[in-house]
Write a protein that binds this ligand. Structure first.
Ligand SMILES: NC(=O)c1ccc[n+]([C@@H]2O[C@H](COP(=O)([O-])OP(=O)(O)OC[C@H]3O[C@@H](n4cnc5c(N)ncnc54)[C@H](OP(=O)(O)O)[C@@H]3O)[C@@H](O)[C@H]2O)c1
Length: 218
């Protein structure tokens, strides 16, 4: 049953038709084309915050800002990073005045952090931040909507926590294939197909050469 958290959560991913978000070597730029990426920036603009897992920062070093949208407003940037591994030079720390929140676990080593205004380091009460706990903390910051941009493990954790409202999948007419390449959602403990997470697809819209699939969790 959907947990009521007070935050509207949207999982977003750019995927191939076989559901992959990266190649076996972790390379993911760019699966979708310009039109889809512009819509993705629109989604960022519409949400109060964006959240990613530390592996995505280490692999892609994303800026997590809003670009190519007129009067676009960049949301708060959040990274789940149990062991405080995020490099100081990561692009999420750019000095653009947008708040950044790093959430570590309670076993994270002490370390130095970039000298930056609007940087909050929050330590979870457990080794790996629990998603429902994270959402309750974010609510204290007045955040009402969250765009979760992956990767695979983070999406799986959100789905397992039953706190997801919407899915925003940008699907490219490509096959990446491979046993080692990540799909957009990691293990969610589905043994029987009857137990699969069921979706209500509200729309499928062409975006340039790609497709935008908007869905909610049943
Ligand atoms: N195509 C796309 O749309 C897209 C989007 C994003 C990423 N990607 C790709 O996805 C890949 C990375 O995905 P990934 O699955 O390896 O990693 P990820 O989901 O980005 O990060 C997972 C890591 O986050 C940390 N974490 C902290 N709290 C967590 C929690 N409650 N649940 C799960 N993880 C938590 C864990 O590391 P610690 O234990 O160290 O904290 C965990 O290993 C990259 O190749 C990237 O290019 C693609």
């Amino acid at each position: 049953m959907k947990q009521s958290t007070g935050i509207t959560v949207t999982l977003k991913a750019a995927v191939s038709v076989d559901g992959k978000i990266a190649t076996g070597s972790g390379q993911s730029k760019w699966i979708t084309g310009d039109v889809a990426r512009r819509k993705a920036h629109q989604l960022r603009h519409e949400n109060d915050a964006i959240l990613v897992g530390i592996n995505t920062v280490l692999t892609d070093d994303p800026e997590l800002t809003v670009r190519s949208i007129e009067k676009g407003r960049s949301p708060v940037r959040i990274v789940l990073d149990s062991k405080a591994r995020i490099p100081e030079q990561s692009r999420v720390f750019q000095n653009d005045g947008v708040p950044v929140i790093i959430i570590t676990g309670n076993q994270a080593p002490s370390r130095s952090w970039p000298e930056r205004g609007e940087l909050k380091i929050i330590q979870a009460p457990e080794e790996t931040p629990d998603i429902l706990w994270v959402l309750s903390e974010l609510k204290n910051f007045g955040l009402k909507s969250l765009l979760v941009e992956g990767g695979s493990l983070i999406h799986a954790s959100f789905l397992k926590s039953n706190c997801v409202d919407h899915l925003a999948l940008f699907m490219a007419p490509k096959i990446i294939g491979g046993q080692d390449s990540l799909s957009w959602c990691g293990n969610i403990n589905v043994e029987n197909v009857n137990d699969a997470c069921q979706l209500d697809i509200s729309s499928i819209t062409p975006l340039g050469e790609d497709w935008f699939i908007s869905a909610s969790i049943k």
